[in-house]
Design a protein around this ligand. Structure first.
Ligand SMILES: Cc1cc2nc3c(=O)[nH]c(=O)nc-3n(C[C@H](O)[C@H](O)[C@H](O)COP(=O)(O)O)c2cc1C
Length: 157
């Protein structure tokens, strides 16, 4: 399965996890980066309001791929605004598989994975799996096993 990992990471946690996944499944990688950084509270409020921020050019046409894995941190329980923009800019997605991987500081609930799933299913993609890596799994190192299990889903086909 030819897979593209699209990764947004502000402080590096999601990037570390997504790069480990990339090594395991031998996927292509594109970085989602907002054009402009904003203050912490604005990040959280805009994520909460499901706003979109302009992003730098990255791979949004997935015609060449069978599967897309969107990776990002959880902000205010939600997807960061740059990721909302990325999801809107995607092209040639219909009929392809997709998945979501998020990291978060706590271990509580979040709706970012549901937002990603809903946005991609609305474009005709088939959602396979979500992986949520909370703060305790990041600290204990358990995240590596979680990524290994998740990676298995993309290697079998
Ligand atoms: C603006 C902002 C909002 C956040 N909101 C949450 C949250 O609602 N729940 C949570 O568990 N962690 C929250 N976090 C923590 C991040 O999700 C966590 O540190 C994540 O692993 C960071 O990933 P990154 O290093 O790839 O940016 C927030 C962080 C930021 C910067």
């Amino acid at each position: 399965m030819k897979t593209l990992i699209a990764c947004y990471s502000y402080s590096g946690n999601t990037l570390t996890v997504a790069q480990k996944l990339q090594e395991m499944i031998n996927a292509d990688f594109t970085r989602v980066e907002p054009v402009k950084d904003r203050w912490y509270v604005i990040k959280a409020v805009h994520a909460y309001m499901e706003k979109k921020w302009p992003i730098k050019p990255c791979t949004t046409d997935i015609d060449d791929y069978d599967c897309l894995i969107v990776c990002c941190p959880v902000w205010a329980s939600r997807t960061p605004s740059g990721v909302n923009q990325y999801l809107e800019e995607l092209e040639n997605v219909s009929g392809k598989k997709c998945a979501a991987l998020v990291t978060m500081g706590g271990d509580g609930s979040q709706i970012a994975t549901t937002q990603i799933m809903n946005a991609l299913e609305a474009e005709g993609m088939e959602f396979m799996e979500s992986l949520i890596i909370g703060g305790s799994a990041q600290k204990s190192g358990e995240w590596e096993n979680m990524v290994q299990d998740f990676a298995g889903k993309f290697m079998d086909e």
